[in-house]
Design a protein around this ligand. Sequence first.
Ligand code: NI
Length: 184
Amino acid sequence: MAVRDILKMGDPRLLRVAQAVPQGDFDSDALHLLISDLLDTMAAANGAGLAAPQIGVDLQVVIFGSRDTNPRYPDRPLVPPTVLVNPVITPLSADGSATGETPEEDDWEGCLSVPGLRGMVPRWTRIRYTGFDQYGDPIDRTVEGFHARVVQHECDHLWGKLYPMRVRDFSQFGYTEVLFPEIV
Ligand code: NI
């Protein structure tokens, strides 16, 4: 268990497409150690989520979850603490199907790899996400709103995307201390 250094934007390791965790590596000491380090690192940084590439590990592993006491994201809905391995995201239409128009919504995001900044990012409003937990048990959830946003943000790290690459209106991108002086 250890708090690891978080890579910052500009590091080429954040731009890789991460490798899938091989089937035989579920419930292994190495995977449990990685998740332990991710949890410790996220907690130390008051993050709402963290992806393995952010600590330099080239694997499709993310963790996320919010507490009601997170000072970086006050007033946000709770998201269940989750370990998600080898995820697949499907955008859903307003009626919940995987076909048809998929609504988007804009909201502010930050990232531990982009410290001190926030930006307005469009994300799919409703998604289904599937994958596995660290034991290899399947996860299959349909979610919306903040939960859907967190999953899309974290999984983007696995495809080498950081949220500034998704910002469309750079008049809504700036320093947290200026945009949100109430957030310390
Ligand atoms: Ni991030």
